[in-house]
Design a protein around this ligand. Structure first.
Ligand SMILES: CC(=O)N[C@H]1[C@@H](OP(=O)(O)OP(=O)(O)OC[C@H]2O[C@@H](n3ccc(=O)[nH]c3=O)[C@H](O)[C@@H]2O)O[C@H](CO)[C@@H](O)[C@@H]1O[C@H](C)C(=O)N[C@@H](C)C(=O)N[C@H](CCC(=O)O)C(=O)O
Ligand SMILES: Nc1ncnc2c1ncn2[C@@H]1O[C@H](COP(=O)(O)OP(=O)(O)OP(=O)(O)O)[C@@H](O)[C@H]1O
Ligand SMILES: N[C@H](CCC[C@H](N)C(=O)O)C(=O)O
Ligand SMILES: [Mg+2]
Length: 484
């Protein structure tokens, strides 16, 4: 592609060098630069892409996009000076891939919890309605039936636009994607055209990255601020910050809720371990998901489908048929009647929701035994809170490791233990080895008891010091149940 075409609608401050240049690829990592690449220097958390200009040029970059021009420039290279390279990277990626988001209906889901669930349910619902659909999520990306591995909740702008291009070329009518707060702040979605945005909720997470809760709110809100007047913005009327999200949006505002007044209303009529009966907009509908929080997710899905002009009865029928994402409230049963639940709860709010759901569903005084760890290199302040809520709502808790990443597992465990009151310590055990922790929970359980294994859900690995070792909570639980 010619550089001139690539720079269409890009706010360029200054250009030094040739404009009539062919660009064969774009990248923001000097290690991936090839002959005739365009390299965008981005400032990151650990380092600054501007430090790698020489490497990029020596590897063949024909164009470099920068926020600061170097003191000496190379004559064979074109320098493009811009204000914000992260933002411009998003625009360049949409131009390079032919602006794919304008050729399908793209709906983004943001919020602390529920993004994967809602995006996956919408993907399944629209496939059920007969459309060709794309999905971009934490668990996996999909183009119809084709599964592509996911590395992030929201990919970088190049991966994202390349994926959207493939979806358009494959004939997708819709794409449902997760929009993480990291993605908003890092401008991974700059330049995309959304047909709609959905807000789930906002509670404690990622304060390591955003610094304050206020900044975290602002990051989520920016997604809605940037929607255009043709899009819809669907928010949770029962969330304290639901209205704030839509304060400055140009989009068409709509709400959903179980408690407060809303455009889309629902009520949970009956709850069981294998599903619940919902009353949605005047109709009864049986869904295969469990828990009040999933009633919100289902209602958001219903609202979005109606805003995307689908027929009510067809939507309700499809809602009964679909399942959610892997590793979310997955129920397993042992031969002697112990119930295992694997769930991706990795925030205090999610742990509280899952445990409250289990407490509401148990028929008698069965014990609830929770196995829980917290991720390393992530928000440290959520650790004691997650432990405290697990202890408050369980009969016994086994504190263990999640993905320690580069941290010492015992240091993470100590942060969690700080949230446990002295009076509760007798019901709290520490077993750092996750496999052993799950096995111990199963051995402590009597027939009828419930073992909740929280935090890793669908993940098939445990990340320790940069290495991902095979680990699957469901597999370990199943193996242990089979041995008993
Ligand atoms: C904290 C965070 O979001 N980090 C992301 C960020 O990396 P970074 O800021 O550390 O980048 P950096 O290492 O400082 O490098 C700065 C720049 O220099 C460039 N560079 C660097 C070295 C070199 O030799 N040459 C070079 O050009 C890099 O390519 C980069 O452009 O930019 C990278 C490229 O896009 C991401 O892969 C990386 O995600 C890391 C792996 C990550 O773990 N991110 C998590 C926290 C994340 O994004 N999570 C969210 C939400 C999770 C959820 O709740 O669902 C997600 O959307 O997945
Ligand atoms: N609407 C909701 N409100 C509160 N908690 C929820 C909701 N939906 C799901 N959860 C809980 O949060 C966990 C994660 O759900 P899900 O994967 O859908 O969220 P996510 O927003 O995609 O998370 P991530 O930020 O990791 O991508 C679930 O396993 C469940 O425990
Ligand atoms: N997307 C979330 C997932 C957390 C999952 C948990 N297992 C952990 O590793 O902390 C994050 O990167 O913060
Ligand atoms: Mg997710």
């Amino acid at each position: 592609m010619k550089l001139k075409e690539l720079l269409h609608a890009i706010p360029v401050q200054q250009l030094e060098g040739e404009l009539d240049v062919d660009v064969l690829s774009i990248c923001f990592d000097s290690r991936k630069v090839a002959q005739d690449s365009l390299f965008v220097a981005v400032r990151g958390v650990h380092t600054d892409g501007h430090l790698y200009l020489d490497t990029a040029i020596s590897q063949g970059a024909a164009v470099v996009v920068v926020e600061v021009l170097p003191e000496t420039t190379d004559t064979g290279v074109t320098y493009v000076l811009v204000d914000d390279t992260s933002y411009v990277l998003g625009l360049l990626a949409t131009n390079f891939y032919g602006d794919p988001s304008k050729d399908l209906k793209l709906v983004g889901v943001t919020g602390t919890n529920g993004k994967t669930t809602i995006a996956t349910l919408l993907f399944n619902l629209f496939e059920n309605l007969g459309y060709h659909v794309g999905l971009i999520s934490t668990v996996q990306n999909k183009i119809g039936g084709r599964v592509l591995p996911a590395t992030h909740t929201t990919p970088d702008p190049i991966a994202l636009n390349s994926l959207l291009r493939e979806m358009v070329d494959d004939g997708c009518d819709y794409c449902f994607m997760e929009v993480s707060s990291h993605a908003v702040v890092q401008q991974r979605i700059a330049g995309l055209r959304f047909a709609g945005g959905i807000f789930t909720n906002i509670t404690h997470d990622h304060l390591d990255f955003h610094g304050t809760f206020d900044n975290y709110i602002k990051a989520k809100k920016k997604f809605f601020d940037d929607l255009d007047r043709f899009a819809f913005a669907l928010t949770n009327a029962d969330d304290k910050n639901g209205a704030v999200m839509l304060q400055n949006t140009f989009a068409h505002k709509k709400t959903y809720g179980l408690k407060n007044m809303a455009d889309f209303k629902a009520k949970v009529v009956e709850s069981h371990f294998d599903g619940m009966l919902l009353h949605v907009d005047g109709h009864d509908v049986w869904v295969k998901l469990v828990g009040g929080f999933n009633a919100y997710n289902m209602l958001a899905v219903y609202g979005a489908a109606i805003l995307l002009e689908q027929e009510t009865m067809k939507v309700l029928t499809a809602m009964s048929a679909i399942t959610g994402a892997d590793g979310r409230f997955e129920v397993l049963r042992s031969k002697d009647g112990v119930l295992g639940v694997v769930d991706y709860a990795h925030t205090p709010d999610a742990v509280e929701n899952v445990l409250s759901t289990i407490r509401d569903l148990r028929s008698g005084q069965q014990q609830i035994i929770t196995v829980l760890g917290c991720g390393g290199d992530r928000d440290k302040t959520k650790r004691p809170e997650m432990a405290a809520v697990a202890v408050r709502l369980s009969d016994k808790v086994i504190i263990t490791s999640d993905n320690p990443r580069t941290e010492d597992p015992m240091a993470i465990i100590r942060d969690m233990e700080a949230g446990v009151d002295a009076k509760d310590k007798k019901n709290v055990f520490t077993i750092a080895e996750r496999r052993e922790a799950i096995r111990a929970a199963c051995h402590l359980a009597q027939p009828g008891d419930i073992v909740l294994v929280a935090g890793k859900g669908h993940e098939k690995y445990q990340e320790i010091n940069g290495v991902r070792h095979h680990f699957d909570d469901r597999e370990v639980l199943e193996q242990t149940f089979n041995e008993q």
